[in-house]
Design a protein around this ligand. Structure first.
Ligand code: SF4
Length: 356
């Protein structure tokens, strides 16, 4: 893994993507006439930006809305409301949320997705040449021997042998399949990649190889990543900043170092306490915070702070008043009434390695 200082990014770099007040609601339909009886608020007033060349990670438990946010950005879903401002080269930012399919086409080439499951995301009946070359062919970028040359060079770039070009997905391991998925995402020279749980299905040693590959590609091609994961230990090594989501909302957003060493939201503290500590001397250090109760239902969230039924620090005010997302330091956001007063614990092992 690379040293943290190697991936620091200047604050002055302008955002490539800015998401403003994004909402995505899915109707709940019941009865013979499929009447709408409510809405699941999968993404609830989410705002963030990603700078050119930056990696922003979205982290949270299953169902917190992180994948839905990613899918809104690549416009698999049409958002209910909000803005997705994308800054194309030498153009003013354009709101992708408002574009129809025809007008979205040029931006679909610039914003690509890497999927979680390397086994199901590749069609087993297509060769690697067909899988990686599909977008080049459909967009009439290359054909014939030129297409083969391009696919071979993409395979080389992601660490696979070009001779594998006519093989089928079943002939590859999980890590190799994910490399094929990355080659497919790179085919049209994208600027922004949404990596949805891109390493979650892989063994730990293979995870590290894929994360290193993503970092190398970022340096080489000045790529910007929105990295979606449920595991904070994975994002620590690749992210410049981390946003923590809970029941459709961002509850904390900070630089990776700030978030790991000095969390300001109780939910972040609980997630950090669950990160496995690789050093056996640190395994018994710190107490794992076991949150009581279930994640709130996004179609019927609790009053006040959505986290209050599970929060060990909840007070009466939390049950009545929803905390606003506040910028309490430059580029440091949190949604908790008591963020300045709580003395929360960071991840000790990470804190030590960062001070080295
Ligand atoms: Fe906990 Fe209250 Fe802060 Fe919500 S606002 S995270 S319930 S202390």
């Amino acid at each position: 893994m690379k040293d943290k200082s190697e991936i620091m990014l200047a604050d002055s770099i302008e955002p490539l993507l800015e998401v403003r007040n994004l909402h995505m609601q899915f109707p709940i339909r019941r009865g013979a006439f499929r009447r709408t009886v409510g809405f699941v608020k999968a993404v609830n007033n989410v705002s963030f930006h990603i700078r050119q060349g930056e990696t922003l990670s979205l982290v949270g438990e299953s169902g917190c809305g992180k994948t839905t946010t990613g899918r809104c950005i690549v416009r698999v879903y049409e958002p209910t409301s909000g803005q997705i401002l994308y800054k194309a080269e030498e153009q003013e930012p354009i709101d992708l949320a408002k574009l129809d399919n025809r007008n979205l086409r040029p931006f679909r080439r610039q914003i690509r997705m890497i999927f979680q499951d390397p086994f199901s995301s590749l069609n087993p009946r297509l060769s690697i040449l067909q899988i990686v070359g599909e977008s080049l062919k459909v967009n009439r970028v290359a054909s014939g021997s030129d297409l083969e040359d391009r696919v071979a060079s993409l395979l080389k770039r992601v660490g696979l042998r070009p001779e594998y070009i006519r093989r089928y997905p079943h002939a590859f391991s999980g890590g190799e399949r994910q490399r094929i998925g990355i080659a497919r995402a790179l085919a049209l020279n994208p600027r922004l990649i949404v990596a949805d749980e891109a390493v979650s299905a892989l063994d730990v040693s293979v995870q590290a190889q894929i994360l290193n590959l993503l970092q190398d590609l970022q340096e080489e091609l000045n790529l910007t990543y929105l990295f979606i994961a449920h595991d904070l230990s994975v994002v620590e090594h690749i992210s410049h900043r981390v946003a923590v989501m809970y029941v459709g909302k961002i509850v904390e957003l900070a630089t990776t170092e700030d978030l790991f060493t000095n969390p300001l939201h109780p939910y972040t503290e609980a997630l950090l306490s669950a990160v496995p500590k690789p050093d056996p001397r640190l395994r018994n250090k710190g107490v794992r915070i076991r949150l009581e109760g279930e994640v709130a239902d996004p179609s019927n969230p609790p009053s006040g702070c959505y986290f209050q039924p599970r929060c060990p620090y909840a007070e009466d005010r939390c049950r009545h008043e929803e905390p606003a997302v506040r910028e309490i330091e430059p580029d440091r956001w949190v949604a908790c009434h008591f963020a300045e007063e709580l003395n929360l614990r960071g991840f000790e092992a990470i804190g030590q390695s960062m001070k080295r």
